[in-house]
Ligand binder design. Structure first.
Ligand SMILES: *Cc1c(COP(=O)(O)O)cnc(C)c1O
Length: 391
């Protein structure tokens, strides 16, 4: 087959048509599949062929369409779809690791990712070393000959640190460690993570892939060998599979994701530029701004700053006042949605962290994470400006 570019793959890759030759992907809402004979059932349990399914926890035609489409889009050999982004993070890490293994992870992580690394993996005898992900010397010092996995978010949540996938992958591969990247903030639109050296790429499909705040989902992407031999046996027996209905939502989401993410990114830059230099805010953090410490890395790695920015109102009191004065921006904790969403990480997504950890991660009392949606860019900026002027 001819190789297609991302936008063509996002619309056409992975299609499996039924005998009716439908245009839009069919939803196969079935958990099971019928075998013509006892011998057929036996043969399929020994080895299922390309278009043969056994049970929806193992795989389903609608889910397979989503897996094949997102894998093609990312340039990965294969994917396994999961019930949520966290099922993907947990499935990828737990299926690779065993007691005694060593992991090096960036410290700036989504709260639930941090919980898996800090609380769950360590309970099963995995040793985890945390580093400042933007410091290559720190990665080099922490990675050991016995390091099995290196884990990071390519842009961290919520402080928007950008991690050098190519350089960290080189250090990891020198000791044969597997590089696992949670790539939510980069989105499949701007990701070149396979070419840059990532071995395993994870998306929370809940974010930009759905992009309309409807369903939870996730996906683990990697080589055919890794997905079939490491991830699939773990996932199919532990039950973190994506539902066929969710897979259909995500398939339709992929068709419009490129347009949405590029529009949201353009507005994020517009809003960041509009707020930068505002005397009331103590900072505006956006990887697409020249003032961002990893701005040139962002350009080389992704070519754009993404759909999320952060601002610091100075104090929790000012942050709350700002939040409560907004008309268009919704107070919630999703991101990548068509609706613009604002979050106060210190009291919500990262509430459980100690004050010291929050301070170390840059999660200050006044920090607000802004996920830019599809509304008019001037309306969004005006809404923020009005709220800021009221401080
Ligand atoms: C949201 C998010 C997750 C978790 O995804 P869910 O679909 O909510 O389980 C993991 N990592 C990052 C970076 C996220 O933003």
């Amino acid at each position: 087959m001819k190789t297609w570019k991302k936008r063509t793959n996002a619309v056409h890759a992975g299609i499996r048509r039924s005998q009716y030759n439908e245009v839009s992907e069919a939803i196969y809402l079935t958990q099971g599949f019928v075998y013509d004979t006892a011998e057929d059932a036996e043969a399929r349990f020994i080895k299922a062929g390309e278009d043969e399914f056994i049970y929806a926890r193992y795989g389903n035609p609608t889910v397979a369409m989503f897996e094949d489409r997102i894998a093609a889009l990312e340039g990965a050999e294969a994917g396994f779809a999961t019930a949520s982004g966290m099922a993907a993070v947990n499935g990828a890490l737990t299926s690779i690791l065993k007691a005694g293994d060593h992991v090096v992870s960036a410290r700036a992580l989504f709260g639930s990712c941090l919980y898996i690394l800090e609380e769950i993996l360590t309970r099963y005898g995995v040793e985890v070393t945390f580093v400042d992900g933007t410091d290559l010397a720190a990665w080099q010092a922490a990675i050991r000959p016995d390091t099995k996995v290196v884990f990071f978010e390519s842009i961290s949540n919520p402080t928007l640190e950008v991690i050098d996938i190519a350089e960290v992958s080189k250090l990891a591969h020198a000791v044969d460690a597997t590089v696992v990247v949670d790539n939510v903030f980069a989105t499949p639109v701007y990701s070149k993570a396979v070419a840059q050296g990532a071995d395993v790429i994870i998306y929370s499909a809940t974010k930009h892939i759905d992009g309309q705040g409807r369903a939870l989902g996730g996906v683990i992407l990697g080589t055919e060998d890794f997905i079939r031999k490491t991830v699939e046996p773990y996932m199919k027996h532990t039950g973190g599979a994506m539902s066929p209905f969710t897979a259909w939502i995500m398939l339709k989401g992929l068709e419009t994701m490129d347009l949405r993410v590029r529009a949201q990114t353009a507005t994020a830059l517009y809003v960041a530029q509009g707020l930068e230099g505002d005397g009331t805010l103590s900072s505006v953090i956006y990887p697409g701004l020249a003032s961002h410490p990893q701005h040139s890395l962002t350009n080389a790695q992704m070519g754009a700053g993404g759909t999320v920015l952060a601002i610091d109102a100075g104090t929790q009191e000012a942050a709350f006042k700002l939040l409560n004065a907004l008309d268009i921006w919704t107070i919630s904790n999703n991101l990548g949605d068509a609706k613009s969403i604002v979050t106060h990480p210190a009291t919500t997504t990262h509430q459980r962290l100690s004050d010291d950890t929050k301070a170390m991660l840059g999660i200050t009392p006044g920090l607000l994470r802004l996920s830019v949606g599809l509304e008019d860019c001037d309306d969004l900026l005006d809404d923020l400006r009005d709220a800021i002027n009221g401080l």
